[in-house]
Design a protein around this ligand. Structure first.
Ligand code: SF4
Ligand code: MG
Length: 471
């Protein structure tokens, strides 16, 4: 999973384009912390700066001021199984029809098949990434079509999978949302700068106006003179396209920033409402409700309000923990949790604690947190989860991708409760979670809870998802 951002200054001027891209992608850091980059169009010459690491470590004043131009695309990459510098985006190519830069957040299910086809036609690849594959397919299609949009539509028809993309060409910024609308993507603007972003929290950070979400299957093109769209499925109305969309429900549960609005629903509000529903489904006798920081906080607040119990702090999260922990032994894993979370002893001592978390995927961190709370004097620890039991692996790059990791596939709620050492455990139901999404304008993917894979499954599910194979 990753965060993507694009900006175009419609006067063709440079009013701080690189800085807009920087602050935009910085606001999407929660979607990926492995690597980041910005590509910029300086009068037809494309420059790119990208590295492994966090956005703020990769760019400084000097680098940003060297990136002059009127259009830019940026990317913050999460761990996607591609090791090393190969997967760092944006990727810039020179095609027969000009420069193209691509930032994409995707899982292409038929990637291997398309790669083979292209290789048979003489294409060469340097990496095993979706990005390079999409660019190769696009550039082949561009040669045999009249417009960029036609080439993109043809490319979309050949791809199976889920994706959001921002593309920079010599004179346009283009945003694409897959036909399911599984990945979010939205449009905003500030003055002459028009922006496309994974989440609209980036627009708020930049003081820009949020215009709308892209529709499922929309190819939106912004140029100096025009803002226009073509659609993957143009035989139905906008209303129907939006209604048929299937955004990933985990965006609301965990992925998105709470201040974002995705397909009509505010993420914070949906988490709060889920917590409130949980208080009706699984109330408990407790003295203090805390959130598992940070993604459990909004649901914990709703749970506490629903019960009429105090919501407070019990755990602090150390925001400066990097990814460098060696976690091969039990002892090291526990140390890693102690480095990441600190218990506020005075707040939890002698108290019956209800801790609300967004989800329980593998359960290892939750188990350590419970032990940690009890070691510090909590008399009881009750766990409440603002999403249902994760029973199916995700083949779309968001959640765990093998069912070997998922305790809910082989254990009952009571068994999981015992495994994590909680005094009680309660999950929200899928129906209640859906109700918590309030004014959502579309349907959702909820395959990790119900096994209904809205965008299909890869041919060989276990092996083809997110594995690095030899070229
Ligand atoms: Fe999201 Fe779950 Fe669907 Fe994956 S399977 S896309 S995590 S809802
Ligand atoms: Mg968590």
């Amino acid at each position: 999973m990753s965060g993507i951002f694009g900006v175009i200054n419609r006067t063709g001027a440079d009013e701080g384009t690189a800085k807009t891209a920087y602050y935009g992608v910085f606001s999407l850091q929660h979607r990926g912390q492995e690597a980041a980059g910005i590509a910029i169009n300086n009068n037809g010459s494309f420059m790119v700066h990208k590295r492994e690491g966090m956005v703020a470590d990769i760019f400084d004043e000097v680098t940003l001021s060297a990136l002059g131009g009127s259009c830019a695309v940026a990317h913050a990459r999460g761990s996607d199984g591609i090791v090393g510098p190969d997967g760092i985006q944006p990727v810039v190519i020179k095609s027969r029809v000009g420069n193209v830069a691509l930032s994409c957040d995707s899982v292409i299910l038929n990637a291997e098949q398309i790669r083979e086809e292209l290789k048979n036609q003489g294409a060469i690849f340097q990496t095993n990434t979706d990005t390079e594959l999409v660019l190769s397919l696009f550039s082949r299609n561009r040669v045999i079509t009249d417009t960029i949009q036609e080439a993109l539509l043809k490319t979309m028809k050949e791809l199976s999978g889920v994706y959001a993309m921002v593309i920079m060409t010599d004179d346009a910024l283009i945003g694409i949302r897959d036909p399911y609308g599984l990945r979010p993507l939205s449009l905003g603007k500030k003055g002459n700068e028009w922006m496309i972003s994974s989440e609209n929290c980036a627009f708020d950070a930049l003081g820009a106006e949020y215009i709308r979400n892209l529709e499922p299957g929309e190819i939106l093109t912004v140029t100096k003179d025009d803002v226009s769209s073509v659609y993957f499925n143009d035989s139905i109305s906008s209303e129907e396209r939006i209604k048929n969309g299937k955004v990933c429900i985990f965006e609301y549960v965990y992925v998105a920033r709470p201040d974002s609005v995705i397909d009509g629903t505010n993420v914070f509000k949906s988490r709060y409402e889920a917590g409130k529903a949980l208080s009706k489904l699984h109330p408990c006798e407790c003295d203090l409700v805390i959130g598992a920081p940070d993604s459990g906080n909004a649901a914990a607040l709703g749970f506490a309000d629903g019960l009429g119990v105090t919501y407070g702090m019990g755990l602090l999260k150390n925001r400066y923990v990097g990814r460098t922990f060696i976690k091969s032994t039990q002892e090291q894993r526990e140390l890693a949790v102690r480095m990441k979370f600190a218990v506020l002893k005075e707040a939890v001592k002698g108290k019956r604690i209800a801790i609300v978390d967004d989800s329980l995927v593998r359960g290892t961190t939750t188990k350590h947190i419970i032990r940690f709370l009890k070691d510090n004097g909590a008399s009881e620890v009750h766990v409440r989860l603002a999403s249902p039991e994760v029973k199916f692996p995700c083949c779309y790059g968001v959640n765990a991708n093998t069912d070997k990791d998922l305790p809910a596939t082989r254990m009952s709620v009571d068994e999981i409760c015992e495994m994590i050492g909680a005094d009680s455990l309660g999950y929200i139901t899928l129906d209640c979670l859906r109700d918590a999404l309030g004014g959502i304008t579309c349907d959702t993917c909820s395959a990790c809870f119900d096994g209904n894979y809205v965008a299909g499954k890869p041919v060989d599910f276990e092996q083809s998802v997110h594995q690095v194979t030899n070229l």
